[in-house]
Design a protein around this ligand. Structure first.
Ligand code: GDP
Ligand code: MG
Length: 174
């Protein structure tokens, strides 16, 4: 089996404020684990996971912003070839939600106009500390033409992950 054994290649880029759980989400999805301790740093810029969708092998190349979250420091090249963007906020952090318009401006400026954007509210295992209601997020995502779901990197939920992959994967020929 060669390294290029897939039908489609799909590039997904995670963006959103530092601390919302982007790295943990990537680790959960690609390795099935929640990193112990604070500050999950990975030494590579992207991770690979191949999934099967409707009988087709789809190779997902998932890019984590890895500490480059500050506005205007993420370059055009980072967004340019993304098929999908996962714009992440933390449901227990109002500030991470209030920054979303800034991220949308970056997307508008740098990403392809065909990019699919999914809004993800992370850390639902901390529902007792919730600062951003589902209704608010649903209204915001609808107004911006984004898919929206809530998730937890800490408490794995495969159904949610599969929904997410199916939502963002209208794959392009590799
Ligand atoms: P990033 O800066 O967006 O990459 O965020 P990290 O993935 O480094 O996570 C930041 C902090 O939030 C870490 O302390 C994680 O353990 C924690 N964290 C991430 N996802 C979750 C989650 O789903 N639930 C809880 N309770 N904590 C989380
Ligand atoms: Mg990170």
């Amino acid at each position: 089996m060669s390294m290029e054994d897939y039908d489609f290649l799909f590039k997904i880029v995670l963006i959103g404020n530092a601390g919302v759980g982007k790295t943990c989400l990537v680790r959960r999805f690609t390795q099935g684990l929640f990193p112990p301790g604070q500050g999950a740093t990975i030494g590579v810029d992207f991770m690979i996971k191949t999934v099967e969708i409707n009988g087709e092998k789809v190779k997902l190349q998932i890019w984590d912003t890895a500490g480059q979250e500050r506005f205007r420091s993420i370059t055009q090249s980072y967004y340019r070839s993304a098929n999908a963007l996962i714009l992440t906020y933390d449901i227990t952090c109002e500030e991470s939600f209030r920054c979303l318009p800034e991220w949308l401006r970056e997307i508008e400026q740098y990403a392809s106009n065909k990019v699919i954007t999914v809004l993800v509210g992370n850390k639902i295992d901390l529902a007792d500390k919730r600062e951003v209601s589902q209704q608010r997020a649903a209204e915001f995502s609808e107004a911006q033409d984004m898919y929206y779901l809530e998730t937890s990197a800490k408490e794995s939920d495969n159904a949610r992950q599969n929904t997410l992959v199916n939502n963002v994967s209208s794959p392009l020929p590799g």
